[in-house]
Write a protein of this length. Structure first.
Length: 473
């Protein structure tokens, strides 16, 4: 069939080849083809309800759309170089299957503006569930590692310096909660994505008596937009999705950075599985944490996609502007990046082996029990201001003598302050330090078990979202 542009009637000449190439978007928006066809089915039913398609015409139209959908899935039908976008290509496909008279009726009452605004929301609702499910696989791997760690202890750090002893499981679960919040953000975003712009037309709505709410329900949306201009020209929800994708990248990068550090000889906290490591082309001894490094690197790519999208959106006047063609590639790239990155990260975490003995060896070093001395003094009635200074004096003594806090003799404790009796030794163990932090959110074993139970509950709840799918008729 001869190519006809959807907007050609007003023009007497053909567009320049450079404009045609610049305008072409099928190289990236073809992934929306099945959503476009679903929209056309709902639109055909709305035309029928408005008396603009007879029942027989509706049946023929739906059959032609089913034929087109099957051909898109099988690859029999694909865009041609002269197809401007997914809508142009699919209208050509429909005309080939339904004929020019019937197929030409589908365009009544809609615009590419409200079509694309609807399709991108449909696509992002599906991808929220797919990406969210893969992120929960990373969460499951972290929880599994936390379970295996039991009551193993490691050095907790601030500023990458020894701070206080903590449970290994407590540290691993600290990476779980941000990821749970990421999926929860996708659940929250889905409520806003569940408003259909279909029926907004180019910007002002339609005059043909079609019901946007019926189309919305047909496509699995909860409702339709209240403002047609907003429906066609706003992409804040695309930007919000892009922000969540960037935040997921950041959260993956943070755990990956730690794994990279833990994998060094100096730390020796972790051994990575061969399947998720690579070697060096020149140094035979090397075992490199490539998955973690790629996760760290791709976080920059995910952030860059968000930044580019926001910069494109910042100066657009109402209503639709062609700049909005640039809203899709950034999020498509984010989705494709996370689609391959998330399984690699979950596999790396699930198969890595933690060196609990090495972690336990370092846990009490670096004067990490100094705060415990101060808090012991507080329980003995010493104001914390004084207790902090006394504990600091203990550290200074150990630094000058080249020893740790538990190496101080009773006489040395008493010489620092007479209130430091031999009873202070009861807090100079990592086990005692960890067990003492028994408030909600603390690192005590009982609290970590409570935390793990709550994490499992929230993961199960979020799985019900990620395992669901939005059904269009």
């Amino acid at each position: 069939m001869e190519h006809v542009a959807l907007w050609g009637g007003r023009f007497s000449g053909e567009p320049a080849d450079a404009l045609t190439e610049l305008s072409r978007s099928t190289q990236f928006d073809w992934r929306l083809a099945r959503y476009d066809i679903a929209g056309s089915r709902a639109h055909a039913r709305a035309l029928n309800a408005a008396g603009l398609l007879s029942d027989d015409e509706l049946s023929e139209m739906l059959n032609a759309l089913k034929h087109l959908d099957d051909d898109v899935v099988s690859g029999v039908f694909a865009p041609r170089p002269d197809d401007e976008d997914v809508h142009t290509a699919l209208e050509r496909g429909l005309l080939e299957r339904a004929g020019a008279t019937l197929g030409g009726k589908i365009r009544a009452g809609r615009s590419r503006n409200d079509q694309i605004a609807t399709l991108i929301r449909m696509y992002l609702r599906d991808q929220s569930r797919i990406i969210g499910g893969k992120l929960l696989d990373v969460v499951d791997a972290l929880v599994s590692q936390a379970e295996r760690a039991g009551e193993a202890i490691m050095p907790g750090r601030t500023h990458l310096q020894h701070a206080q002893p903590i449970l290994v499981s407590h540290h691993l679960l600290a990476h779980v909660w941000p990821m749970i919040r990421d999926v929860d953000r996708l659940v929250d975003l889905d409520a806003r994505l569940s408003e259909s712009p279909y029926g907004s037309g180019a910007l002002a709505g339609n005059t043909l008596g079609m019901d946007p709410q019926a189309v919305a329900e047909d496509l699995g949306f909860a409702t339709s937009v209240w403002n047609s201009i907003d429906g066609t020209s706003s992409r804040d929800l695309v930007a919000e999705f892009a922000w969540v994708m960037a935040q997921i990248g950041i959260d993956l990068s943070r755990i990956s950075e730690e794994i990279i550090i833990w994998n060094t000889k100096e730390f020796s906290f972790v051994t990575l599985d061969d399947a998720f490591s690579t070697g060096s082309s020149i140094m035979p001894q090397k075992k490199n944490p490539d998955v973690a490094e790629l996760a760290r690197g791709k976080a920059g790519r995910l952030i860059g996609a968000l930044t580019g999208l926001l910069a494109m959106l910042k100066g657009l006047p109402l209503a639709y502007d062609r700049d909005l063609q640039e809203d899709k590639e950034p999020v498509f790239d984010q989705i494709d990046t996370l689609d391959v990155l998330l399984p690699a990260v979950s596999g790396m975490i699930d198969t890595m082996v933690l060196n609990y003995e090495r972690m336990a060896e370092l846990a009490p070093q670096g004067f990490s029990l100094a705060t415990d001395i101060a808090e012991w003094l507080v329980r003995e009635g010493v104001p914390f201001r004084e207790a902090h200074e006394i504990s600091g004096a203990c550290v200074a003594k150990c630094e000058s003598d080249g020893k740790e806090l538990w190496d101080l003799t009773d006489a040395e404790f008493e010489a620092i302050d007479e209130r430091l009796t031999s009873e202070v030794r009861q807090v100079l163990t990592v086990e005692g330090s960890v067990a003492a932090r028994s408030g909600r959110g603390g690192t005590a074993p009982d609290r970590v078990r409570d935390q793990m139970d709550e994490a499992r509950k929230q993961i199960s709840k979020l799985r019900s979202f990620t395992n669901s799918r939005v059904e269009a008729r």
